[in-house]
Design a protein around this ligand. Structure first.
Ligand SMILES: *[C@@H]1O[C@H](CO)[C@@H](O)[C@H](O)[C@H]1NC(C)=O
Ligand SMILES: *[C@@H]1O[C@H](CO)[C@@H](O)[C@H](O)[C@H]1NC(C)=O
Ligand SMILES: *[C@@H]1O[C@H](CO)[C@@H](O)[C@H](O)[C@H]1NC(C)=O
Ligand SMILES: *[C@@H]1O[C@H](CO)[C@@H](O)[C@H](O)[C@H]1NC(C)=O
Ligand SMILES: *[C@@H]1O[C@H](CO)[C@@H](O)[C@H](O)[C@H]1NC(C)=O
Ligand SMILES: *[C@@H]1O[C@H](CO)[C@@H](O)[C@H](O)[C@H]1NC(C)=O
Ligand SMILES: *[C@@H]1O[C@H](CO)[C@@H](O)[C@H](O)[C@H]1NC(C)=O
Ligand SMILES: *[C@@H]1O[C@H](CO)[C@@H](O)[C@H](O)[C@H]1NC(C)=O
Length: 776
């Protein structure tokens, strides 16, 4: 394996847009895993605006880890990540819970190392570093910090789900006065939109020289102003345990840098604590237990995950093993290093959210502000992730699906509703109740290890009970002082007329289409569970979308309660009339019919793409290239998918064209690379595209045999599919069922350099030249 790794790192040096990457010391490279070595956690950190790239950070944590540890180059807020590739100084190492670029931080802790005078003020504590020096992997990170007198502090870190493990190597020269500080609270702002609006969350510090610990809490929760859950007693708790004796200590103000020596306990705003170590101390190992429950629980988390005596190497190897256990399930052959880097990094991204919120069988709930027994996850960006990320988790992490659903049901029990965008609490961000889809898809795909009756009750409530003040609250994005948004507009006038009224609600046309899809999911769940309501929701799901189809323009269009058309630019969220007119994934035949049949639907798709209307940087466009296949133009899906993959993903820091959105951007890429995509997630089917690799062996957890996806030539100039055989059986339609693949087996694609007629009968009838110029 060493040879393979060596070749890989050398090869990457030569690729145009990839950076030179430093390999970790050999002790951190166990177990060997080529798949993990392909992961580049810097991908998606760049971009010249918050939505210019992925909004990802080069953080260290195991899959679904509760806390991610990252070098902090700037203060992170809503729309500002804690690490920005353009920055030149590191101001500490943060245990972050900010799950996506648009979400607020909550209860974070920061470890700040230094020598000489203790400096905790953000502006003063930054130390220069060079990207050339950074070693960045999913399980281990290191960097050299340049001190003001040109000495260097080496910081290495790894992490388990609830413990950050750092090792600080101080300079060996005399009179270093080494110290480490822990920031408990800071001045916070709501977001970059208004940096002058400052809040001062409460923090606590307690220093225990005898146990060599600094513990504390941080009540910061930047999303406090939105959503219905005040969560008044929320705090992040932490306990940093040092391997070296403390020879001095105190608290410090990060407002003005003032130190309060010998003070061991304090509470308040902009508060840090610090520990000094003896002259000549060269290395300090720090384990930071993190909890949402208590300081004691943070300590127990240390004992459970990184007990006394465990070395950084051991922690990093265990975390690497956790990544390898997942990434090694997917072995891609053929394809260059660039493609593999994007692919495996994508898988790394998809396994970060939702993240664990329970600790030792207990969790703090932001919905009722209590600690409960059970399992909990947070970081649910469901408007994004219901599309393909959830289907991907069902494949790759089935052992967590029941727990992730039970967690949503706990939210329902404690707060009254299933989550929409849970970031510790409900944030009401984006629209619709796509938890319905998550549950229906899981049940359809065989999961039942949660309270199924409660799941039906919760989903049925989504579909039948409007939010408070449904006629008087707009429920615009991030509206403050409102209740649970859920299906705003259900009573005005979706239930009676089939559309959400644009003069009563924000984002009305998007809501109409999204609610109709959710109704379809509800009907699927009802039929899976043998409930009597399936037909009702099925019918509503099929009728509603077309109540806003304006046959005069050929586009979906928002309507007022009266029925008057509201205008083509009204009522959309994160998309426009082009993207949303294609947003009837549960009734593509109905949509095709509305557009005048397959040939004119394909022409409409061409107009959409060739006119520059497809915006892959945002989710409403993700399924659109796959619609060609459903209209008898599979070869066009193949060329569009290849083109989109090429122009929206690469291995550079800017390598994601849009926000990762808790894994959905990468899930699109991964499914596309496999050669199929879940256009309608609750259909139990996938639409065939164009596989990127010559062969993928996917050891599906729990399957009797691995899934072999064979597409010889796919990576070397043969993007077109001429035939498909599923477990020996030839297929003429571009559809694969979940049953086809769940047990393992073989998907055999016949690939070609030129367009094929396979599943492309509609193209015979259209005059436009099919296909794009490919750059494969
Ligand atoms: C990184 O920082 C630069 C310079 O401040 C800024 O323009 C850019 O928007 C930031 N990137 C992200 C993804 O926020
Ligand atoms: C980036 O996001 C902001 C805030 O949502 C939005 O106003 C802006 O139009 C977006 N820019 C692009 C290029 O998508
Ligand atoms: C600061 O932001 C909060 C939350 O959005 C808002 O309620 C408050 O009015 C703002 N204060 C100022 C001075 O703008
Ligand atoms: C802190 O305690 C040490 C040891 O007792 C003492 O030498 C020192 O003077 C104290 N510092 C302050 C500022 O009180
Ligand atoms: C739709 O309702 C809005 C708000 O009441 C109103 O301003 C607008 O004129 C209405 N549009 C039509 C076409 O009736
Ligand atoms: C669901 O089915 C039950 C039992 O038939 C019925 O009472 C109820 O009205 C139905 N609800 C909806 C929304 O269809
Ligand atoms: C459109 O094409 C699809 C896929 O080939 C086919 O199943 C469907 O019957 C066609 N629809 C019409 C109306 O011809
Ligand atoms: C990588 O992808 C980003 C996002 O699509 C794009 O802006 C950038 O130009 C690409 N870089 C290279 C070298 O292809």
């Amino acid at each position: 394996m060493w040879t393979v790794r060596l070749i890989y790192f050398l090869v990457v040096l030569g690729v145009g847009n990839a950076r030179a990457r430093k390999s970790p010391p050999a002790a951190f490279l166990n177990p060997p895993s080529e798949a993990v070595d392909y992961v580049d956690p810097l991908i998606g950190n760049g971009g010249d605006s918050p939505n210019g790239s992925g909004g990802m950070i080069p953080s260290t944590a195991p899959p679904f880890g509760m806390t991610r540890w990252v070098a902090q180059t700037r203060q992170n807020y809503v729309s500002v990540t804690p690490y920005n590739y353009t920055d030149t100084k590191i101001h500490g190492f943060q245990g972050t819970h900010q799950p996506a670029i648009w979400m607020g931080e909550s209860g974070q802790a920061v470890i700040i190392p230094g020598i000489g005078d203790v400096k905790v003020k953000f502006e003063d504590r930054g130390l220069r570093f060079s990207h050339d020096d950074e070693v960045i992997t999913p399980s281990y990170y290191s960097v050299n910090l340049d001190t003001e007198d040109s000495r260097q502090i080496l910081v290495e870190k790894s992490a388990t789900s609830r413990v950050g493990h750092l090792r600080i190597t101080f300079p060996t020269s005399a009179a270093t006065d080494p110290w480490i500080a822990l920031e408990a609270s800071r001045a916070s702002v709501m977001g970059s939109a208004d940096p002058t609006n400052v809040t001062y969350p409460h923090g606590t510090i307690s220093i225990s020289p005898s146990t060599q610990e600094i513990c504390g809490s941080n009540a910061e929760r930047q999303d406090f102003i939105i959503g219905p859950n005040p969560a008044p007693s929320f705090a992040g708790y932490f306990c940093a345990r040092f391997s070296a004796p403390l020879v001095g200590w105190g608290t410090a103000s990060n407002a003005d840098g003032t130190l309060s020596p010998n003070v061991t306990s304090a509470g308040g705003r902009q508060l840090s604590g610090y520990a000094r170590f003896a002259q000549g101390t060269t290395q300090v190992d720090v384990r930071v237990g993190v909890s949402f429950i208590s300081v004691d629980q943070a300590r127990r988390n240390i004992e459970a995950e990184v007990p006394d005596g465990q070395t950084l190497e051991e922690t990093a190897r265990a975390t690497r093993a956790a990544w390898a256990e997942k990434l090694d399930l997917v072995q891609a052959e053929g394809g260059d290093d660039e493609t593999k880097t994007v692919f495996y990094t994508g898988i790394f991204h998809t396994l970060q959210y939702p993240y664990e919120q329970s600790e030792d069988g207990h969790y703090y709930s932001g919905y009722d502000d209590q600690v409960h027994e059970g399992e909990s996850y947070t970081g649910y960006s469901i408007w994004d992730t219901y599309r393909a990320e959830w289907a991907w988790l069902i494949f790759l992490a089935p052992e967590r699906i029941n727990g992730m659903i039970q967690s949503m049901l706990n939210d329902y029990t404690e707060g009254g509703w299933l989550p929409m965008w849970k970031n510790i609490v409900e944030t009401n961000i984006m629209v619709a109740t796509h938890a319905d889809s998550l549950i229906a898809e899981a049940v359809l795909k065989g999961f039942d290890g949660f309270d199924v009756d409660l799941a039906w009750e919760a989903v049925h409530k989504d579909a039948t009970v409007p939010p408070e003040n449904d006629w008087t609250t707009l429920y615009y994005d991030r509206e403050e002082n409102v209740g649970y948004e859920v299906r705003a507009g259900l009573s005005s006038v979706y239930e009676t007329k089939g559309w959400v009224a644009n003069d009563v609600h924000s984002e009305s046309a998007s809501r109409t289409l999204d609610y109709s899809y959710d109704d379809f999911a509800v009907s699927v769940l009802a039929s899976q569970l043998g409930r009597p309501n399936s037909t009702f929701f099925h019918n509503r799901a099929l009728a509603s979308p077309f109540t806003i189809f304006n046959a005069g323009t050929g586009f979906m269009e928002a309507r007022n309660a009266s029925g008057a058309w509201a205008g083509p630019d009204e009522g959309w969220t994160e998309g426009d009339m082009w993207a949303y007119t294609f947003d009837v994934v549960h009734d593509v035949p109905g949509l095709v019919a509305a557009k005048g049949g397959n040939a004119s639907f394909v022409a409409f798709l061409d107009e959409h793409f060739d006119g520059g209307h497809n915006d892959h940087t945002n989710e409403p466009s993700h399924h659109i290239p796959y619609l060609y296949s459903l209209a008898g133009a599979a070869s066009k899906t193949q060329s569009r998918v290849r083109e989109i993959a090429q122009s929206n993903y690469n291995s550079s820091v800017n390598g994601l064209s849009g926000n990762e959105d808790c894994g959905q951007m990468s899930a699109w890429y991964i499914f596309s690379a496999l050669g199929f995509y879940p256009v309608n997630p609750v259909s139990g089917t996938y639409v065939v595209g164009s596989p990127f690799f010559d062969k993928i062996t996917f050891s599906l957890p729990g399957a009797a045999a691995p899934l072999q996806i064979v597409a010889t030539g796919a990576s070397t100039g043969k993007p077109y599919v001429c035939s498909l055989t599923v477990n020996g059986e030839p297929r003429t339609t571009p559809i694969i069922t979940h049953a086809d693949i769940r047990a393992g087996g073989e998907l055999l694609f016949g690939m070609a350099a030129e367009l094929c007629t396979w599943a492309s009968s509609t193209l015979d009838t259209v005059s436009s030249t099919p296909g794009l110029v490919l750059q494969s």
